[in-house]
Write a protein that binds this ligand. Sequence first.
Ligand SMILES: [Zn+2]
Length: 289
Amino acid sequence: MEDHTRIENITIYWGRHKGPLIYSNTFVVDTGLTPVIVDPGGESDDLKKMSEHKAFIVNTHFHGDHRRLNYLFTRSEFFAPEPDAPMLRSNERFIDAVGITDKELREQWLHVVRTIYNITEHPVSGTFADRDDVVDKSFGIKAIALPGHTQGHSGLYFGSASLTLITDIDLTDFGPWYGNSVSDIDAFLASIDKVRSLESRYFITSHSSKIYTRDELLPLLDKFAAHVRRRDTALQELMKAKGAVSLDELATYGIIYPRTSLANNPALHFFEKKMIEKHLRRNGIKTGF
Ligand SMILES: [Zn+2]
């Protein structure tokens, strides 16, 4: 498969997963002058070459897989959703938003973020909110606030191709991811509902290599949202069967991530716990310890 696809004035570089590192799709919009590059999250040589010139870099939210190559674009200006901009400006704020409070763990994460993900702090010249024109009205790109995954998590509507990027409403078999402090399950479900009624001919996510029509998209959104109910039910049944169980223990049964992948992976265990905590709170359940 080609590493990119062109639709009207937009070139989509498909994010490839290599081992444990996650990459996102990147969208390069040819504006005639300075290009707009959305989520430089791939590893394409073309993208690396583009970083030698000025571009307008738009990040849909603060997650590392969507700004993997930001550090190369030293001649560019950056744009981000208003609630997520502080996490691009500061790695400390990034770690706060993830929800890591333990001092030692924060140091470890900051180290990984800097050395493995190459995430650098940098200024953000412009922010956007729902329905705003992104960077410049003439580019025909509109912001769509889709909170839940993160508070600022945004989609984008590319008018020239009637294409909507729904970002990390990514329709995967894993289901919705809401493992940060700033994530919210109900906001995520409301955003999935919002996508159902968006006016757009085509849809695309940040992590799949397919462009969907509305008819293709609607059943996939239902399937994706249903994971929340499935997780709620699995958790309730587990608690019925086990009685009083600590949050630490609840996070070992594989309600969110596959059980086998949790055992030796402290990072996944951390996010499993964060996500279970949100289910418990949402259902008014207290583990008590
Ligand atoms: Zn994300």
